[in-house]
Design a protein around this ligand. Sequence first.
Ligand code: NAG
Length: 361
Amino acid sequence: MKSVLVSLSALVGLAQVVYGQQSVWGQCGGIGYSGSTVCVSGACCTFQNAYYSQCLPGSCNPSGTQTTTRVSTTMATTTSRPGTSSTTTPNNPGSTSLSPGCGKGATLTSGTKSMTVNGKTRQYILRVPNNYDQNKPYRLIFGLHWLSGTMTDVATGQTVQRDVWSYYGLQQLAGESAIFVAPQGLNNGWANSGGEDITFIDQILSTVEAGLCVNQKLRFATGFSYGGAMSYSIACTRASVFRAVAVLSGGLLSGCSGGNDPIAYLGIHGIQDSVLNISGGRTLRDRFVRNNGCNSMSPAEPSQGSLTHIKTEYTGCRSGYPVTWIAFDAGHIAAPRDGSTGDSGSTFSSRETWSFFSQFT
Ligand SMILES: *[C@@H]1O[C@H](CO)[C@@H](O)[C@H](O)[C@H]1NC(C)=O
């Protein structure tokens, strides 16, 4: 174990200087990918699926397959659980992993971008921090819109009537420490047909991380409703790529391809939700309660009329893979707060999501 630790930190050191090669955990292949397909020394480009190959620590043996699959350098527990794939290395805690854009002049600026994904034109809004520093590895946070919402709604926060609600309120709380992306769904939703929205996310990652300095261990996704469903789908399919998701009043609408790997998970849901009921929200949560090795619990939820919320942090989860559940006394709303069933005012949801994401450094 010790030797793995030493060689991994050596790898990370290397990754900081060799920008032509993909760093550990970075993407190195897949449909639509145009970045480097060469991993830093000591990492092997490993096929995950048609859309994603990833540089995993370990050397490629002569037949080109991965020899070192278990890397648990900083995890407190290394118990492998039945049904948990041992070939997908989780994006577990560890040193910073720099994206190819680190150390290069910013080639991307804030604004609306277009790209072609499976032959379709797709758009997203990018927000680069003020005083962007090419040598600083930033968090990368995706804000996914709700059904009939838009990327502009997420980026400006205007729809839910608060300027401070940009990127679900996270932009203000991050204080220029994060790069934000608001992708636009097809037909203002995230049907993710044939995985096309996951491919879109993959391509945004490649493009943004080629042009900007991102800490590849600190990728996050959140969204309300359909955007929560898409965040859940990302958790299922890209658990080794993203560090955490926050699913706000989500449901199973965007699929769950994969779904066997751990990822830090925050679920927030209204007990009176009549659009995507809380029972569905609990089911989404429980997948990651299992994957993350947490103790099974029945978190308390507020009673109707209490106008409060109750937060439960699951116990026993593998280190680096927490699960938190917040149930609130209101319906299908994006910005819940205590003392009201209405969708207005300062929401605990933004603060809780930021606190959940920013625990990872
Ligand atoms: C919750 O929603 C799901 C999916 O629409 C449905 O199958 C289920 O019956 C609902 N459960 C309750 C308790 O309303």
